[in-house]
Structures are given as structure tokens and as C-alpha cells.
Design a protein around this ligand. Structure first.
Ligand SMILES: CC(=O)CC(=O)SCCNC(=O)CCNC(=O)[C@H](O)C(C)(C)COP(=O)(O)OP(=O)(O)OC[C@H]1O[C@@H](n2cnc3c(N)ncnc32)[C@H](O)[C@@H]1OP(=O)(O)O
Ligand SMILES: NC(=O)C1=CN([C@@H]2O[C@H](COP(=O)(O)OP(=O)(O)OC[C@H]3O[C@@H](n4cnc5c(N)ncnc54)[C@H](OP(=O)(O)O)[C@@H]3O)[C@@H](O)[C@H]2O)C=CC1
Length: 284
């Protein structure tokens, strides 16, 4: 199957990055969110990234404009009427994702593939609310999307081989490297990454060291580009907590219990970079 028209649902940090790489690869993309201001916030981030590319001589001003012109605003899921591929990148919450997919199922063409960028939720359970579970698949991009090479592709129980192949090919067209993973909580990436981040939060909670010291140990000692607490702020503490809860519930092992300090920060609305405060404070 050939993909021509794409829709991305959710214009947050992941949705805007996904829309950017899709438009960069020459596809038309509708970027959907619930309010115009969320779309505009997403588009501002994309424009900023592209301006940096122009300043660094990687793109011309004309290329930047052409990419931006391929991204159109959508505030209504009905705009999915002509989509070949829909990539959902809304908030990490099963109810939200199932509601979106159910609604899209009644709107999108019968051939359309539904991909979800979920970090941890079961693809099979999301697919089950649609009449097309064979066309539902996980397409898990990494943050920041324009930079990171990996896309985990997750088959649900019913995902058709043809759908897998189309999404794999699309991933190559976006300049990314696909890795196939089966449908288990947190897949590979977050099953391994998030317990490390959660352990770093426990180390802070128990007073083992300061946040700076914890991050320095992992940066300088293990050559991680960011310390785990900085990375948690970058991902979003709400998303980190959701993922730990899914691992805990889905795998049934107490080693995945979320640290109470992580819960406390999320309850306070300290969600990391996106709200200006998490483990660290951000002025920009
Ligand atoms: C939660 C999930 O479900 C899964 C996940 O995504 S988990 C998160 C996975 N991501 C990570 O682990 C990221 C870890 N951090 C890093 O790799 C690096 O710190 C980083 C790439 C984010 C920044 O790299 P850095 O060397 O510290 O900073 P910097 O020099 O400013 O940036 C490096 C390049 O990335 C680009 N970049 C940095 N942040 C960017 C962003 N948010 N958007 C777009 N481009 C960005 C910069 O423009 C720069 O590009 P050039 O060198 O080509 O000019
Ligand atoms: N952050 C990360 O590092 C990564 C996250 N992911 C996954 O990507 C998804 C998005 O995460 P992220 O971009 O970080 O989150 P953000 O909070 O930045 O963005 C989510 C966006 O979705 C919007 N949204 C919520 N409900 C709907 C809806 N019903 N219809 C349309 N848009 C909606 C939100 O609007 P509002 O602001 O009003 O709530 C927000 O703009 C999650 O599933 C997450 O697990 C995957 C890989 C990495």
C-alpha cells in the first residue's frame, strides 16, 4: 500500500516532532489537536527547529517554507476522511486513546492504517475498540523526534503482515531505523529505560545524593547524554508516571512500583520541561 496523506493526532512534543519528520520526507500532513493554540504551539516548535537547520546550512529558506506548507491545522478528527495513515500521539492514557481510535474508525477510509505512538500501552487493547484491529500498530518514535534514529514498531495480536511492512517502509522513508518488538508493556525501550529513571528518583527520595550528583554519575560514569533526572524532565514526569504504572500493572511485579516522589511531583503539576519545573527549574 502507498502512503500519501498522513494525519497526526496530538500536537505536543511528540506529535509536532512526528509531523515535522513526515513533512520533511515530502508527505502532506494534517496536525490535529483540540484547540488552535495547541496546534500553534506545536507549529512554533517545528518552525524553530527548521530555522536552526537553515542557520546551520542544512536547509534553505525555501525548503523550510515548503516543509511548513505541507503541515495543515486540524481541530476536528473528521479531517481524517482522506488519510492513508494516522499516527496518534495524544496523552498517554488508555481512555483517551481508545476514544480517539473509536471515533477515527467511523471517519477514516477503510484502507487507513492506525498507528499509535504510545510509550507503553498495549496495542492489542487499543486495536480492540476498532473494527479494523488488523490495521492497528504501534509506531513508537523517540524524543526528540527529529534527532533520534529509532522507531520501535509493535505488532498487536491481530496486526496484518502487510500493515507491518507498510509501516516499516514508511519508517525508512522518514530516515529512521525500525526495530520490531512484540506487544508487552513498555515494549523494549521503556521496559529498560523507565525502571532506571524510577530508581534515580528513589535515590533522590532516599537522600543517597543530590539531583545534580545523580545525573553527573550517569553522565560522566556511563556516558549517558543526559542524567536520568534531566531525562525524566525532558520526557515529562506525567508520562514517566503513566509508563511506570503500566509496567507495574501489566507485568505484576513490585519492582516496577512508581517512586512516591514521582507521584508527588506530578500531583503538584511539576511535569518537567513542558511546565517549566520538574526536578529542575527551566526559565526558557
Ligand atoms: C519516553 C519514551 O517513550 C521514549 C523516549 O523517547 S525516551 C527519551 C529518548 N531520548 C533520549 O534519551 C535523549 C537523550 N539526550 C540526547 O540524546 C541529547 O541530550 C540531545 C540529542 C537531546 C541533545 O544533544 P546535546 O548534544 O546535548 O545538545 P545539542 O548540541 O544542543 O543538540 C545536538 C543536536 O540535536 C539537536 N536537538 C537538540 N534538541 C532538539 C530538539 N528538542 N528538537 C530538535 N532537535 C534537537 C540540535 O539541534 C543539535 O543538532 P546539530 O548538532 O545537528 O546542530
Ligand atoms: N515524551 C516522550 O519522551 C515520549 C512520549 N511518547 C508518547 O507520545 C504521546 C504524547 O506524548 P507527549 O507528546 O510527550 O505529550 P504532550 O503532553 O506534550 O502532548 C500530548 C498532546 O495531545 C493532546 N491531546 C490530548 N487529548 C487529545 C485528544 N483527544 N485529541 C487530540 N489531541 C489530544 C494534548 O493536549 P492538552 O495539552 O490539552 O492535553 C497535547 O497537546 C504519549 O502517548 C507518550 O507516551 C512516546 C515517545 C516519547
Amino acid at each position: 500500500m502507498t502512503i500519501q496523506k498522513v494525519m497526526v493526532v496530538g500536537a505536543g512534543q511528540m506529535g509536532s516532532g512526528i509531523a515535522q519528520v513526515i513533512a520533511q520526507a515530502g508527505f502532506e500532513v494534517k496536525l490535529n489537536d483540540m484547540k488552535q493554540e495547541f496546534f500553534e504551539r506545536g507549529l512554533r516548535v517545528i518552525a524553530k527547529n527548521l530555522t536552526r537547520d537553515v542557520e546551520k546550512g542544512r536547509k534553505t529558506e525555501e525548503e523550510k517554507e515548503a516543509i511548513l506548507n505541507r503541515i495543515t491545522m486540524s481541530l476536528d478528527l473528521k479531517d481524517a476522511f482522506d488519510a492513508d495513515l494516522i499516527i496518534e500521539a495524544a496523552t498517554e492514557n488508555m481512555d483517551i486513546k481508545q476514544t480517539i481510535f473509536k471515533e477515527l474508525d467511523a471517519i477514516a477510509p477503510k484502507h487507513a492504517i492506525f498507528a499509535t505512538n504510545t510509550s507503553s500501552l498495549p496495542i492489542t487493547e487499543i486495536a480492540a475498540v476498532t473494527e479494523r484491529p488488523e490495521k492497528v500498530i504501534g509506531m513508537h518514535f523517540m524524543n526528540p523526534v527529529p534527532v533520534m534514529k529509532l522507531v520501535e514498531i509493535i505488532r498487536g495480536l491481530a496486526t496484518a503482515d502487510e500493515v507491518y511492512k507498510t509501516v516499516e517502509q514508511m519508517t525508512h522513508q522518514l530516515g529512521k531505523t525500525p526495530v520490531e518488538v512484540n506487544d508487552f508493556p513498555g515494549f523494549i525501550s521503556n521496559r529498560i529505560l523507565l525502571p532506571m529513571i524510577n530508581e534515580a528518583v528513589y535515590a533522590l527520595y532516599e537522600g543517597v545524593a543530590t539531583k545534580e550528583a545523580i545525573d553527573d554519575v550517569m553522565k560522566l560514569g556511563m556516558n549517558h547524554p543526559m542524567g536520568p533526572l534531566t531525562l525524566a524532565d525532558f520526557i515529562g514526569l506525567d508520562t514517566c508516571l503513566y509508563i511506570m504504572e503500566i509496567l507495574h500493572e501489566g507485568l505484576g511485579d513490585s519492582k516496577y512500583r512508581p517512586c512516591p516522589l514521582l507521584r508527588k511531583y506530578v500531583a503538584a503539576g511539576w511535569l518537567g520541561r513542558k511546565t517549566g519545573r520538574g526536578f529542575y527549574v527551566y526559565e526558557d
